[in-house]
Structures are given as structure tokens and as C-alpha cells.
Design a protein. Structure first.
Length: 299
């Protein structure tokens, strides 16, 4: 995980924790009803919760800790328009209290915008237990609409744009693999996925072929027979082997005075036209560019 995002989100969580402590120590907060005891059935999950799975053993251990020592830190909530409450931080503590059969929980009431709610949800999960790259990427994509542009989003979470796009690389996966990764989000890192995405772009495969080779690679990854760092190379190797079994691709030469100076051929979804630049004058280059402009401008 990026050190920048972890450090910045941890800082945001520390600020949130200080509010918790203030709420528990300052009687003014109590008198203003900022520290509340709320019914569990009035508290909704955070719509921006990035974690896709909660470890059962860890939840049970947390429940035992709360049973023995009590809830050491109140959860944080905001009030909805319907008079209910939405978790800002403390999903695991809430789930643990439910397992203990509790009906109420201490909560600090705060006013936050959707964008801050989303960042705080990321902050708590990053600080308490590392999220997978897939979970972070999914969360970033879901909260993207809360920011005017990607630059502002990147600034909010402490990432440069190139690193943020690595988290977004999972979008290159077909829906069937997206679903599988949702079930096992730690199997594939953003680094491996970035390599896979670049390989798929280079190969320009038809959708069906791309999905087939990805499913084959995933099955090997899931079984432990293939390391995630080698998936991109495996995909390229499989496609190369398949291409050798296919009939040769028709290549039409481009001739000048009887000599080949280029080719026209199909490569996957691409029509590739290659001409040696050394045989073209500046005027000819301009005419070729103008031709393609006219061609693509036609309905």
C-alpha cells in the first residue's frame, strides 16, 4: 500500500480519535447531546464502507474484548434526514456489540459531508487493518463522484495521479472476474493488475478471448499454481501460443516503384498501417494525415 495514503489517512483518523476522547471527557459535549447512547437498530452502515469482508475470528476477539473491558472507544455517527444515524467510524465495534446481544452503543454525533465521510471510512480501515488494493481502488472509484475532478480526489487521499490510476486499473477486468476478486480481494495487487492491464492493451484482444485467458490465469492464481507477479507474462505467453495455432494473418504490402515500403494488416481489434517514414516527403505525410482526418470525419 502507498505510504502516502496510509500516512495521510492515519492522520485523519487520529484527528477523529481526538474528537472521541474529547466527547468522553468534556461534560459540555454531554450536555449538548453530542455523546449519545443509541439503539443499534437505528444505526445504518456507512455507504462508503470500503471493506468487502470482515474477519470472523477478529470480530469474535473484539466482541470478547468488549465483553471483558467494555467499549473503550465510542463509534462516530452522523444523523440522516430521516432521524436515523449513519456510521462514520466503528463498523467492527458495532458488529461486535451486536454479537454480544447489546441493544445500545455509545456514539459521538458529528456533522460531516459525504466526501469527508468517505475519507474517514478509508482512514479507519487503513489504520486498524490494511485494506487490499482492490478494496481501496473500489472505494476510490465510488467516492470519485464526490469530488469535482480526479486531481482533487488525489489530493484528498494523498496520492499522485499515476498511483491513483494504478488503483483504478482493476476496472480492466471483465464482470465475472470482478465478482471473483470481490470474494477474494487480496489475491491481486494494484502492481500486478497494472501489468495485466498494460498487457491487455498491448494485445488488443477481442472481449471473449480476453475474458477466456483471464479466467484461465485466475484459476491458476486461485489454486496457487501461478504467482500474481507472473500473471501478465502468462497471459502474453498464452495468447502467443494461441496465435501460432491460428492461420497466418493476411498482410498486404504497400509498394513504391515495386518495392515494399510498408504493410496493412489486422492485429486483434486494430487495423495497422505502417509506412517507412524515410520514403515519404513532408507533403506526402501531410496528405496522409489529411486523408485520415477526412475518413474519420465521415458519418
Amino acid at each position: 500500500m502507498s505510504k502516502n495514503i496510509k500516512a495521510l489517512l492515519s492522520k485523519k483518523l487520529a484527528e477523529n480519535n481526538s474528537r472521541h476522547l474529547l466527547a468522553q471527557q468534556d461534560t459540555e459535549w454531554d450536555r449538548e447531546n453530542r455523546l449519545l447512547r443509541l439503539p443499534l437498530d437505528k444505526i445504518q452502515a456507512n455507504p462508503f464502507q470500503p471493506r468487502l469482508d470482515f474477519d470472523e475470528q477478529e470480530l469474535n476477539a473484539l466482541a470478547e474484548s468488549i465483553k471483558e473491558m467494555g467499549l473503550l472507544q465510542a463509534i462516530t455517527v452522523r444523523e440522516t434526514e430521516r432521524g436515523e444515524y449513519q456510521i462514520i467510524a466503528g463498523e467492527r465495534r458495532l458488529q461486535a456489540c451486536k454479537r454480544l446481544g447489546k441493544t445500545t452503543i455509545d456514539a459521538v454525533l458529528m456533522q460531516v459531508e459525504d466526501s469527508e465521510l468517505a475519507i474517514l471510512a478509508l482512514a479507519e480501515n487503513v489504520d486498524r487493518q490494511d485494506l487490499s488494493d482492490f478494496e481501496i481502488g473500489k472505494a476510490l472509484r465510488e467516492i470519485e463522484k464526490l469530488f469535482p475532478n480526479k486531481t482533487r480526489l488525489a489530493e484528498a487521499v494523498g496520492l499522485n495521479r499515476s498511483d491513483m490510476y494504478r488503483y483504478f486499473s482493476f476496472e480492466a477486468l471483465p464482470p465475472v472476474l470482478w465478482d471473483k476478486l470481490t470474494q477474494r480481494p487480496r489475491l491481486l495487487s494494484r502492481t500486478a493488475m497494472t501489468q495485466i492491464r498494460q498487457t491487455l492493451e498491448d494485445l488488443a484482444l477481442p472481449e471473449a478471448q480476453s475474458e477466456a485467458v483471464l479466467l484461465k490465469a485466475w484459476a491458476l492464481l486461485e489454486s496457487g499454481a501461478l504467482e500474481q507477479s507472473k500473471m501478465a507474462a502468462y497471459i502474453r505467453q498464452q495468447v502467443t501460443c494461441d496465435d501460432r495455432k491460428q492461420p497466418a494473418v493476411a498482410v498486404k504490402p504497400i509498394l513504391l516503384h515495386g518495392q515494399s515500403v510498408g504493410t496493412i494488416q489486422h492485429k486483434g481489434k486494430k487495423l495497422v498501417v505502417e509506412i517507412k517514414r524515410s520514403v515519404l516527403s513532408a507533403e506526402q505525410e501531410q496528405k496522409i494525415e489529411a486523408f485520415f482526418d477526412r475518413l474519420m470525419a465521415k458519418d
